[in-house]
Design a protein around this ligand. Sequence first.
Ligand code: ATR
Length: 280
Amino acid sequence: MSSPPRACVIGWPVEHSRSPVIHGYWLSHYGIDGAYEKEAVKPEDIAVFLRDLSEHGYVGANVTLPHKEAALRAVDQADTAAKAIGAVNTVWLDKQGLLYGSNTDAYGFMTNLQALAPGWRASCDVAVVLGAGGAARAVLHGLIAAGVRRILLTNRTAAKAETLAREFGSPVEVLSWDARDSALPACGLLVNTTSLGMTGQPPLDIMVPALPTTAVVADIIYVPLETPLLAAARERGLTAVDGLGMLLHQAAPGFEHWFGIRPEVTADLRAQVVATLEAG
Ligand code: ATR
């Protein structure tokens, strides 16, 4: 008899990861005999750990900081999203033992956006994306795949935004950080992927009142759940999309690969994760 499937999240450090709460919830909710664990793996050991994943007893894993780029190099096959984003956050083994890698962050962001702001596309001729790190890459990939034709990308360090614009091509135009407010009157969707507004960081300085009344404002930060940006958007009556939904939705494809059921993101799951965030 084969033993119950096990998956894990691999990071360095890994203690802060919320993935065990999410997958643990689904395992228990669907009554699956399986396990989801944390693996602290040093950067110099990640390639070997992934190569030996099945010897470690795992059918797959989530990969988090700082291993996502190394995981792309380590897998046997990467999907389109992983290649475009340049990072892998979900891996699974097939029956032949080949290691597959995907990046589900764009899927998570877009699915959450669609769920919380179903009308976003109709009012989104222009999107403005703040930041040019790993999360910005996932957001750009998702927005371009959804057909957004003009994305203004702005980042404190302009060179990083220019690199992304070259990679992602014509929909992406670079806007200087100091001129970010000038893009807001035409902006249908504003996405913050910077760390500004996160607990312990300064708030994002942006002129929310300059946005049109139809604009949607999304933040990928989920600590706090209601960032100053989202609070200002709600105050103006705009649709505000928080970052927790992205975290929950990005977890679903991996769970299905490892445990055979596509899990649902529900209000109850969200409440459980919020409770762990509030506990610190
Ligand atoms: P992630 O992979 O989660 O996107 P990251 O790569 O560390 O994280 O990116 C953080 C983003 O927040 C970057 O766009 C960063 O801008 P720089 O590229 O100029 O570093 C942005 N950021 C962080 N602190 C900032 C600040 N005080 N002002 C403006 N942008 C800031």
